[in-house]
Design a protein around this ligand. Structure first.
Ligand code: HAM
Length: 417
């Protein structure tokens, strides 16, 4: 085959698209129940938007951007995530001008130039929430609870949310210094690039998978000891709410998140069934981002839910819903000159809300019944000479093979019976 989908991308084929539709519909319904409005932003944005928001030293910006110069010499990038574009739109269109909270949800593809592997793609898809205008831990809890409810609706009821508090800028700076001091000996043994990466964003070291790094981190005092009172109180309050609402959670000090805009609460849901890429979703508070992007100080919290990974975990738990039938009825005109009648039958069925199709180059009855079967049709509607002469059809139940003659006018009624 001359052409293949680009490395790290995948086609979503007719046999599996129903699983995506169910997830997207479930999320949209749930978000609506919680009062969130959908937002759709362009697939590409100014490159600088992501430098500003995700941070120059984040892997997403430093290594994974799909950026390009357009014909007008603008430096653009395919969106590597959904938060920055949503905030850009929120500010551009003054969505927060009325005050109060603004709740947004989205479903979007995103693009990261990563080394593809199971669960890690160059084009992947996210369902996201952004709640702007509230600093209350109740807002954090709402986003976490909605996420948990969504997974439960998708059949994943045993997942646990790992939460952490990474404090504000001053806390993180102080803690970063503490990490570098604690790891001084270990870092000396690393190459220059790794040292540079560590110094630019010391908190990310907590996330390093390397066992030697994890070993060197033992005995490091947790970030909790560095938190300002306000951050600690808010984090305690969040836990009280999560206990009250019954959300399954645990505090995990290793959760630091890969994007630089987070403040205070961060959270992820992991599923070991995914293999190397265990993060199902990630989110948290980003109280400085709106201001950083030129808006008024606006506390905010959100989440990004990886769709591919959700579907993978469903497979691991044997929760794959069978493909629904493509159509309910397959119409079979046994002679070419019956095509006009077939067309009328199709129209009547569709008008009554019954999905129906036909083969434009009909073969034998046997081969057409095979096609009806392949499409999962519940009924075959057969138009033979005798049926047409009498204004009737033969209605065949595909499951049982049972077939009966009925007047054409009673077709829909008979199907519903
Ligand atoms: P993120 O943690 O970078 O957060 O991505 C969210 C989720 O997207 C991950 O937990 C994972 O399930 C999925 N994901 C990430 N990269 C890939 C990939 N290469 N292939 C497949 N799935 C992937 C964000 O993007 C933030 N914008 C979330 C957020 C919203 N924070 C606040 N509001």
């Amino acid at each position: 085959m001359r052409f293949q989908a680009p490395r790290g991308t995948h086609d979503i084929l007719p046999g599996e698209v129903h699983r995506w539709q169910v997830a997207e519909r479930t999320f949209a319904d749930l978000a609506r129940l919680y009062g969130y409005c959908e937002i759709r932003t362009p697939l590409f944005e100014e490159f600088d938007l992501f430098v500003r928001s995700s941070g120059e030293t984040s892997e997403v910006v430093s290594k994974q951007m799909y950026d390009f110069q357009d014909k007008g010499n603008r430096h653009l990038a395919l969106k590597p995530e959904g938060t920055a574009p949503a905030i850009r739109a929120y500010l551009q269109h003054s969505l927060g001008a009325q005050g109060g909270t603004t709740r947004l949800w989205y479903a979007t593809p995103f693009f990261r130039y990563e080394r593809p592997q199971k669960g890690r793609y160059r084009q992947a898809h996210q369902l996201g929430l952004e709640l702007l205008g509230s600093a209350s831990p109740e807002a954090d809890a709402e986003v976490i609870n909605l996420t948990v409810e969504f997974y439960a609706a998708m059949g994943l009821e045993s997942l646990v949310v790992s939460i952490n508090c990474i404090g504000r800028v001053a806390t993180r700076r102080a803690y970063g210094q503490a990490i570098l001091a604690h790891l001084a000996g270990f870092l000396e043994g690393l190459d220059e690039e790794a040292q540079d990466r560590a110094c630019k964003n010391p908190l990310r070291i907590l996330d390093w998978k390397d066992p030697a790094a994890q070993q060197a981190l033992t005995d490091l005092p947790p970030i909790g000891e560095y938190l300002e009172d306000e951050s600690r109180e808010s984090f305690d309050h969040l836990q009280t709410i999560l206990e009250r609402t019954g959300a399954p959670y645990k505090v995990d000090p290793s959760i630091v998140r890969g994007l630089d805009y987070y403040t205070d609460t961060v959270f992820e849901v992991h599923a070991p069934e995914l293999g190397a890429q265990t993060a199902l979703c990630g989110g948290g508070r980003y109280d400085d981002l709106v201001k950083e992007m030129g808006g008024p100080p606006t506390p905010a919290v959100g989440v990004g839910i990886g769709l591919e990974r959700l579907l993978m975990v469903q497979e691991a738990f044997d929760l794959v819903a069978p493909k629904p039938p493509t159509v309910e009825a397959f119409v079979i005109p046994l002679q070419e000159e019956f095509s006009e009648i077939a067309d009328n039958v199709l129209r009547e069925l569709r008008f009554a809300g019954v999905s129906a199709t036909v083969d434009f180059a009909p073969g034998s009855l046997k081969s057409q019944l095979k096609q009806a079967d392949r499409l999962g049709a519940r009924f075959a509607v057969i138009l033979g000479e005798d049926e047409v002469d009498r204004g009737e059809v033969s209605l065949r139940e595909m499951g049982t093979g049972e077939q009966r003659r009925i007047a054409r006018g009673l077709l829909v009624q008979e199907m519903r019976r």
